[in-house]
Write a protein of this length. Structure first.
Length: 159
């Protein structure tokens, strides 16, 4: 089974949505046979990837960084999206962190990088804004020699 993980920004500029969706679809369709998708289901890139992976027929593995992860969603709509995708997961990995901290997010990202064959990064190429951000996980995956596919468009700024 081929395993593809995701890391990416929570906020994707509106003008980039169609491009990101199309590139994620292309990355998923480029694999024949069974596919496992690994995601922490954060708002933005993680949820978009998980939704498209499930539509593609992949098995979803959810990596939950902490015991209070659900408290980090801004509103009921975000939480509902997370819960709906989580309910469709084939597997769930719960990390041992009681609280959602930068360390917990970093651990979830490195878990995904450690357990995938390829990492897809919806990333503007800039350094992470805090430990465990997209830039940190891309750097970590590359240090492992893991192939990383970056999806973004030059000249587009993240909010």
């Amino acid at each position: 089974m081929k395993r593809i993980g995701v890391t990416g920004h929570r906020s994707i500029p509106q003008e980039l949505h169609a491009h990101v969706r199309e590139e994620l679809r292309a990355a998923l369709c480029g694999h024949a046979g069974s596919l496992e998708a690994l995601s922490s289901l954060a708002v933005g890139a993680d949820q978009l990837f998980a939704d498209l992976a499930l539509a593609h027929g992949a098995e979803l593995t959810v990596v939950i960084p902490s015991g209070d992860y659900e408290s980090g969603f801004a509103d009921e709509s975000e939480l509902a999206g997370y819960r709906a995708l989580r309910a469709r997961a084939a597997r769930e990995v719960r990390l041992d962190f009681p609280h959602s901290t930068d360390e917990a997010y970093y651990a979830a990202g490195t878990y995904i990088a450690d357990h995938c064959d390829r990492l897809i990064a919806v990333w503007d190429g800039r350094p992470a804004r805090g430990l465990g951000g997209t830039g940190d996980i891309v750097t970590y995956a590359r240090s492992l020699g893991r192939p990383v596919t970056v999806i973004w468009r030059d000249g587009v700024e993240r909010g």
